[in-house]
Ligand binder design. Structure first.
Ligand SMILES: [Zn+2]
Length: 270
């Protein structure tokens, strides 16, 4: 019987770690093999042909040889390089954050096609937003801040649908405690109970959640990203949305995400 010694797969690069003189271990996310690690030998040498296609967030077609411990990337061909995304620090940091989330929440060697396609869709959207922003900068147009709102919503959308895909769907329709239908009024939120609580259940210990925040959370949960309208949201509402989603992520992960600080820093900049 002929044994298969190598395979071909498309992949998104989630993480890179330098090892040895010129090698790099990459964390790859693929449609059929899920997340796994593979080594790219000699990639840090200036003559490496693979290097350009194995940057963080690169979407590439790879030829991978089976290795004893780690599989070995023998060929890499770019499918999408997300060039605009790489030139805008805000969009790039958002992209890195999505990669960090996938890395933190997805188990190794577990196929998760929904999350793979979601990540790809979000990177494409960040890429086109970055392109628009770059164009506006070149034309000397001031940023209105609305692009920033759009990317923040994209982050919340990704966080929510990532949780959905791995079985932690947040409760935004029924009370997470008593299951009664939530009404358009001031409700409460508890990350440890997994979502929003009715006023009755949130009386003593849940943080309050505004009607508008609940509306936006529900809209993001039930919509495709392409159908989410361009909403004008003020900073207190954006903060509420972040507070809810970060609370849920922190509860499931039992720690903060590294990119949060960096995103906060960039948000304060303008
Ligand atoms: Zn309740």
């Amino acid at each position: 019987m002929r044994q298969q010694h190598s395979y071909s797969t498309e992949a998104i690069v989630l993480k890179r770690t330098d090892v040895g003189e010129a090698d790099r271990i990459l964390t790859l996310f693929t449609p059929t093999k899920g997340k796994f690690h593979a080594i790219a030998k000699g990639i840090r040498r200036p003559i490496s042909k693979k290097a350009g296609h194995l940057e963080l967030l690169s979407h590439s077609q790879l030829q991978v040889a089976l290795g004893r411990n780690l599989d070995i990337i023998t060929q890499a061909e770019g499918r999408e390089s997300f060039l605009h995304l790489r030139t805008e620090i805000w969009h790039m940091t958002c992209g890195f954050y999505l990669a960090e989330l996938v890395n933190a929440f997805i188990e190794d060697h577990t196929q998760n096609l929904d999350v793979y396609l979601l990540l790809l869709e979000m990177l494409r959207s960040l890429e086109s937003d970055a392109e628009i922003q770059r164009q506006q900068t070149l034309e000397g147009n001031a940023h209105t801040g609305q692009e920033r709102v759009r990317t923040l919503l994209l982050l919340r959308y990704f966080e929510m649908h990532l949780l959905d895909a791995i079985g932690y769907e947040p409760a935004f329709r029924q009370c997470a405690q008593c299951a009664s239908e939530l009404k358009p009024e001031e409700n409460g939120f508890s990350p440890s109970l997994g979502g929003v609580l009715c006023p009755q259940c949130s009386r003593f210990w849940a943080r309050s959640l505004s009607v508008n925040a609940l509306k936006v959370l529900r809209l993001l949960q039930r919509s495709k990203w392409s159908e989410v309208p361009r909403l004008r949201l003020d900073s207190s509402l954006l903060f509420e949305l972040e507070f809810v989603m970060h609370g849920l992520l922190r509860f499931h992960l039992e720690r903060d995400l590294k990119t949060w600080n960096f995103l906060d820093m960039l948000s304060l900049k303008d």
